[in-house]
Design a protein around this ligand. Structure first.
Ligand code: ADP
Length: 546
């Protein structure tokens, strides 16, 4: 017997309808590429997203046509999120930090019909337009009179987004259709091989938004002011543009200004209560707030994920700045949220140090995400917090396949292999020790590069650290530490290696340290260890492994 409940499909447009109806005057604040701070509301976003959807109709875009974006976090990008998906097109967020050739490849692979770009990214649009014949409309996210003359010469027919909207009525009847219909598309950053497209649905997106808002996840409410530093082109800014509408939270978009000073000022001025981003962006903010001895009184918590947040960074946020860190783990294929770290009731009685030991882990699975840890043969390993193996996941917001992929589905008996190496403890807390491709295999043992990086990051003279495998004739691989020193520090190799003594087994201590001015970061702000390996590792003579 079926239940007697209405079968109303979960639609992305429903999120904006809700926010506009019940939180119509709640603000959406954006630092624009134009340099100023722009203010709008959910009610106005609803109107402009409607105008935008009417414009997509007028331009002849069919249902399920891909609408590409090359844009920072801002209100126009936010409008496009709802206009494209809400009108049954597919929003395709492109990562502007990729090389233009790679961007053109992705646009063509996705077969985008339209690409909307911030003026900052006009050079990319100009560089790729001629190579993307499938794109019928190039739209600059600006007012009509801000369209640079040379842009119109380089891309004949280029349109102004604001002019397009101005010509359209501010009402749109958002269609209702199968909730499993594709809504948006995001390519993985593709550190190995070509990027792969992850195609989200209305259902997966709305369920993920519910999950993201939960108290043990981001704990979002209508009293929050949320600043996603994580870009809207990186896995939908971790779902915040949807979860904020679902809860009626105020949104604050930083645009292109991601340096510590700009972020600090925007957070202070807009009463930001929650911010989210990858560890590398927080270094700038931390340093600025330390150096200038300033605080953001409203900022209660920050979600840090995308790569491991070093315990030293978590401690600095908590103890120096009074900001609670929620360590999160996920991936593009998971919309992205998989786990988030928060304590349980029974942990409240623990002392601070024991609580901290839990808090630095990547956290517990969110309801909806099933996990397993398996060995090389696919056999389940115990959840004892010690056994290390490959993490498998499944759930309603986890990819079943890649878009237009010729390869067989990545699933193994219905489970998605994450490529992450983890331990899971009896309470379900997951600790990521490495990505499979970054783990250091020394003398038959595995050394966690993240653990060695975390130790280096705890040294006061270290600004950033990456640990990579260096080929070794005797041990197969040995750890090599690559470090950016804090300004003015005189730290040397021996002092740093001595810092490891007593913190890990002797044979795990890195063989050597290379000091560099900067560590290369990928398109989503993660350390490019593959490039470091290529640049810095040459076969070495056998080294001691006690
Ligand atoms: P890409 O795989 O293309 O770099 P993603 O953003 O999807 O893009 O990356 C997901 C990966 O990032 C995860 O599989 C994991 O290796 C890593 N990651 C994400 N969050 C964390 C975290 N909190 N700690 C350690 N690694 C993380």
């Amino acid at each position: 017997m079926l239940g007697l409940m209405q079968n109303h499909p979960l639609m992305i447009s429903g999120l904006l309808d809700f926010a506009a109806r019940y939180h119509g005057d709640t603000e959406i604040v954006s630092r624009r590429v134009e340099g100023d701070v722009h203010r709008t509301t959910y009610a106005e976003v609803q109107q402009r997203a409607s105008q935008c959807a009417n414009a997509l109709d007028a331009l002849g875009l069919a249902a399920q046509d891909r609408v590409g974006t090359l844009a920072w976090n801002g209100y126009r990008h936010f409008e496009l999120y709802y206009a494209a998906s809400g009108s049954e097109r597919i929003l395709h967020t492109l990562n502007p930090r990729l090389h233009p050739e790679q961007i053109a490849w992705i646009i063509n692979h996705a077969d985008d019909r339209m690409v909307c770009f911030d003026l900052t990214f006009a050079p990319i649009a100009k560089a790729v337009a001629a190579h993307c014949p499938g794109v019928k409309h190039w739209v600059a996210l600006c007012e009509a009179d801000a369209l640079p003359a040379d842009l119109a010469e380089a891309i004949p027919g280029v349109l102004s987004y604001d002019a397009l909207l101005a010509a359209q009525p501010a009402r749109y009847a958002w269609p209702v259709f199968d909730e499993n219909t594709a809504s948006s598309l995001c390519y993985t950053s593709g550190t190995t091989g070509n990027p792969k497209g992850v195609l989200y649905s209305h259902r997966s997106t709305v369920l993920h938004a519910y999950a993201a808002a939960l108290p043990d996840v981001m704990n979002l409410s209508a009293r929050d002011s949320v600043l996603p530093v994580v870009p809207m082109f990186h896995v939908n800014a971790w779902g915040i543009p949807y979860a904020a509408a679902l809860t009626g939270a105020k949104l604050v978009f930083p645009g292109p200004a991601l340096d510590g000073k700009s972020l600090f000022e925007l957070m202070r001025d807009e009463g930001v209560t929650l911010a989210a981003g990858v560890p590398t962006v927080w270094l700038g903010l931390l340093n600025f707030m330390r150096d200038n001895k300033v605080r953001i009184p409203t900022l209660q918590r920050t979600v840090i994920g995308g790569s491991a947040a070093a315990p030293a960074m978590i401690r600095a946020f908590e103890e120096e700045l009074g900001i609670h860190v929620l360590h999160a783990w996920g991936m593009t294929e998971m919309s992205p949220l998989g786990t988030l770290c928060s304590l349980k009731n029974k942990h409240l009685a623990l002392d601070k140090a024991s609580q901290f030991a839990i808090q630095v882990k990547q956290g517990r699975p969110i309801f909806g995400v099933d996990v397993r840890v398996v060995d090389g043969n696919g056999a389940d390993l115990p959840w004892d917090g010690k056994s290390t193996g490959n993490l498998l996941v499944r759930g309603p917001w986890i990819a079943s396949d890649y878009y237009r992929s010729e390869a067989p589905s990545p699933l193994q008996d219905g489970w998605f292999p994450t490529g992450d190496v983890v331990t899971i403890d009896a309470d379900g807390y997951i600790q990521i020790t490495d990505r499979t491709k970054d783990v250091i295999k020394s003398g038959g043992e595995w050394i966690s590069s993240i653990e060695l990086e975390n130790i280096a990051m705890a040294h006061p003279a270290v600004a950033m650290a990456a640990c990579i495998a260096r080929p070794d004739p005797k041990w197969d691989e040995r750890p090599l530490l690559v470090v950016v020193k804090r300004e003015g520090s005189t730290l040397d190799r021996d002092e740093l290696l001595k810092f490891y003594e007593g913190k890990v087994a002797k044979w795990m201590i890195p063989d050597d340290v290379v000091f560099v001015p900067a560590i290369p970061l990928g398109a989503t702000g993660k350390m490019l260890k593959n490039r470091l390996r290529a640049e810095l590792t040459a076969p070495q003579a056998a080294s001691p492994q006690a």
